[in-house]
Design a protein around this ligand. Structure first.
Ligand code: NAP
Length: 353
């Protein structure tokens, strides 16, 4: 691919999201013109922070209304764009209907946006926000496959509408993106596969599960103990940078695992205690697996299969492609969680103790 012309607008779908807001900030700070799609540009609660960012940055922001489920909705925003970042997709875990709440917007939405790219002649590159959830479903998949760490070569084969439907939605959406990309030659596809994204939020109106995770740690939900669940963790600012680099590095191609390190709930609690003291009702011990297995489905909304295949299982990722191809030097998880908690205090989402 040749260089992207930086004088042309750049499309960001779901521009108001937790992850996308940091990407929009980076693009505006670089002086670019951003065409951001949101469901409702008049909803100041959802887009106010973007308008404020644009006021002080050298770049220009233009918002467009677009729903993932409305065919052709992205055509107007894509006009004149060489670079498209498709980030919009629901990241919600507690759902009633996985098909309509997760799979339809992820899969049909990706199809919709990429069909726009096929129609709009200016598009040269698409950067898709996918997830490590498209690489693996359960932590146990790693040892089952005889791996020391997941790499971009793996695909999630264990998730379904019934088991880990969010992961399933990301898997089918990324597969569809590769299928559509291979059906044409004008634009190329670069995928960003982040693990659990944490770090300060620019928006206070995001539904992202990322923001729920630290809130649950801080509000005492896990005070009696936390399940031994490992997460790959990455800073939201590094995820934004990975997208930016994927867009503007001509040689970038393929998938990129974007993760700094792995940590469990007790590791996260220990970081918060180190920086903010002992006043918060954070967990101090690990819940026995049999107890999580017993009460998880009743109290925690997690299935016994999820517990069996994830609690107490090791999880590792190889992030060398993102470091070497995209030049991302990942922030330490310690700094990410400290900054995330500080922002929640600053925004009054947690009371100072
Ligand atoms: P978020 O803050 O909830 O952002 C999701 C975005 O998608 C919002 O802009 C949302 O718009 C938009 N969206 C949802 N349904 C839509 C629809 N039907 N039509 C149009 N827009 C729709 O969540 P996030 O954490 O930033 O997630 C952004 C992307 O990163 C997603 O693709 C997610 O799968 C991926 N990801 C996130 C993580 C993580 O840990 N956060 C990890 C890996 C990958 P509204 O604000 O109007 O709802």
């Amino acid at each position: 691919m040749t260089d992207i012309d930086r004088s042309k607008p750049v499309l960001v779908t779901g521009a108001n999201g937790y992850v996308a807001s940091w990407l929009v900030k980076k693009l505006l700070d670089e002086g670019l013109t951003v065409h951001g799609t949101v469901r409702d540009p008049a909803n100041t609660k959802k887009v106010g922070h973007l308008l404020k960012l644009a006021e002080v940055a050298p770049g220009t922001l233009k918002l467009f209304a677009a729903d993932l489920l409305s065919d052709g909705a992205f055509d107007e925003a894509a006009q004149g764009c060489e670079l498209v970042f498709h980030t919009a997709s629901p990241f919600i875990i507690r759902i009633r209907d996985p098909q309509t709440e997760l799979v339809d917007p992820a899969l049909n939405g990706t199809r919709n946006v990429l069909e726009t790219c096929n129609r709009v002649e200016s598009v040269k590159r698409v950067v898709l926000t996918t997830s490590v959830a498209a690489i693996y479903g359960d932590a146990a998949d790693m040892t089952d496959a005889g791996l020391e760490a997941f790499t971009e070569a793996q695909w999630n084969t264990s998730s379904s509408l019934e088991h880990q439907p969010y992961s399933y939605s990301k898997t089918v959406a990324e597969k569809e993106a590769w299928r559509i990309a291979k059906g044409q030659e004008r634009w190329d596809l670069v995928c960003i596969n982040p693990a659990l994204v944490l770090g300060p939020s620019l928006s206070q109106a995001s539904d992202s599960t990322s923001l729920v995770t630290i809130k649950q740690l801080a509000n005492g939900t896990m005070k009696p103990g936390a399940p031994a669940l490992e997460f790959g963790i990455v800073d939201v600012r590094d995820v934004a940078l990975a997208h930016y680099q994927a867009g503007f590095t001509p040689a970038a191609k393929g998938r990129h695992i974007v993760v700094s390190d792995t940590a469990n709930f007790l590791d996260m609690a220990a970081i918060i205690r180190r920086h903010f003291g002992n006043g918060y009702p954070l967990p101090r011990k690990t819940l026995p697996k049999f107890l999580v297995w017993l009460v998880g489905p009743i109290q925690g909304g997690i299935s016994r299969r999820f517990v069996s295949r994830n609690v107490g299982h090791k999880l590792r990722f190889d992030n060398s492609r993102a470091r070497e191809q995209l030049g991302v030097a990942f922030r330490r998880v310690e700094d990410t969680i400290r900054d995330h908690f500080q922002q929640m205090l600053d925004d009054g989402l947690i009371q100072q103790r």
